[in-house]
Design a protein around this ligand. Structure first.
Ligand code: TXA
Ligand code: MG
Length: 372
């Protein structure tokens, strides 16, 4: 029985594939495409664009109606704020309170890491509509490091509010094809910029009112940020202030349609996870080629295997994570076993995503994220 939430968006029922045609996909490196996309943004449209982390579902951040369409297209709960993307750091003072914009740590991080996979949460100015920040007094700002994203934002002449271009609770897209499969014609236009280089969402830190708090580990290693501005305060999932400061952490994250458990193939206590019963189709997500060999020695045979990085390098693993999960999800599996990744550098962001996927799938044996 269809519910109100299933109501068609712009006259179409998004749950029926034939009535869900693909949106126009234009090459991002063509100046003509950028001009068309920028015009769409200015007219209140939804434009998907590549960034170095993941694809973003963009709308003019100063247009509350356009931003409302982003929430509708994603089926995103209204309590979860969007990141505002800027063409360069000089615009921070236009959208953030002077006291925060002038914080020397902001200048320092912007000079060192922007453009790049870092989002700074600062107290907002009134020009940013409340819907963008889900009513919070703060706004997340980021200068993405992708030529298509920067050309688009510059050509549009407006800041661009953009969450990852996936439906709520689904995997973040790292290719235009993921976006087309996930959102279809709920968006007006997709700019194709090829696969995303970093592959995992930006690191989000709160610098409002003198704080320095990690809200989300991501594509920029926490160690690199701490080398610039000192130790970051860490929020623990479930603690009272966490839901208030980091609303995106409260709700369900990527919930795999296939159960996912974290298990180390070298750990005898985890051996059962690697045993494949007759008729079972099990997928293995390996941290490295050595992890694959260990898992195949511990059990199998696996119906599908994805290796995040042959040498177990965290940067390579972050870049492949969502691609690998998209592939496993398409492989008709009964369950996925994922090898844990060392909790340092970008490995922390990879493990954060895997722990959330495991927890959403009901594997509550894992300890909370952020054990640093
Ligand atoms: O790499 C990225 O960050 C990508 C690309 C497109 O830029 N964007 C992205 O957006 O991952 P999204 O909406 O999927 O995740 C943004 C996260 C959410 O967890 C949200 O709660 C948090 O940033 N966030 C945004 N503004 C915030 C604010 N004012 N206070 C606290 N958290 C905020
Ligand atoms: Mg997201």
């Amino acid at each position: 029985m269809p519910t109100r939430e299933d109501a068609p968006i712009r006259g179409r029922d998004p749950s029926r594939p034939p009535a869900w045609p693909a949106p126009p996909v234009l090459p991002g490196d063509d100046p003509g495409s950028i001009a068309i996309a920028a015009e769409r943004l200015r007219a209140g449209g939804l434009v998907v664009f590549p960034t170095e982390t993941v694809y973003g579902l963009g709308a003019n951040a100063l247009d509350a109606r356009a931003v409302a369409r982003v929430f509708a297209a994603k089926e995103r709960p209204a309590f979860d704020p969007l990141i505002v993307h800027l063409a360069d750091a000089s615009a921070v003072g236009t959208y953030a309170e002077m006291e925060d914009a002038d914080d020397p740590r902001v200048a320092r991080l912007a000079a060192r890491f922007w453009p790049g996979p870092l989002t700074l949460v600062l107290r907002k100015r009134a020009v940013i509509p409340g819907i963008v920040t889900a009513g919070l007094p703060t706004v997340g700002l980021r200068v993405p490091d992708h030529p298509v994203a920067r050309a688009l934002i510059r050509a549009a002449g407006v800041p661009v509010a953009a969450p990852s271009a996936n439906r709520f609770g689904h995997l973040s897209p790292t290719r235009a094809a993921h976006v087309v499969a996930g959102l279809g014609s709920r968006v007006d236009l997709v700019l194709d910029g090829g696969p995303c280089r970093v592959g995992i969402e930006s690191t989000v830190i709160l610098l409002a009112a003198g704080r320095a708090t990690l809200l989300r580990p991501g594509g920029l290693a926490i160690e690199a940020i701490e080398a610039e501005i000192g130790r970051l305060e860490v929020l623990v999932d479930g603690a009272p202030r966490t839901a208030e400061l980091a609303p995106g952490r409260a709700g369900a994250h990527y919930a795999p349609r296939i159960p996912l458990v974290l298990a180390n193939p070298r750990d005898p206590e985890a051996a059962l996870a690697f045993v494949v019963r007759p008729g079972e189709r099990v997928g293995f997500l390996a941290a490295s080629a050595a992890g694959r060999a260990a898992a195949e020695a511990a059990g199998g045979p696996f119906a599908a295997v994805e290796v995040l990085d042959a040498n177990g390098d965290a940067v390579g693993a972050a870049a492949r994570l969502f691609d690998a999960l998209h592939s496993l999800q398409a492989a008709d599996l009964s369950r996925i076993v994922a090898e844990p990744f060392p909790d340092v550098g970008l490995g922390r962001a990879v493990m954060d995503r895997l722990r959330r996927a495991a927890r959403a799938a009901g594997d509550v044996r894992e300890e909370p994220a952020f054990n640093r």
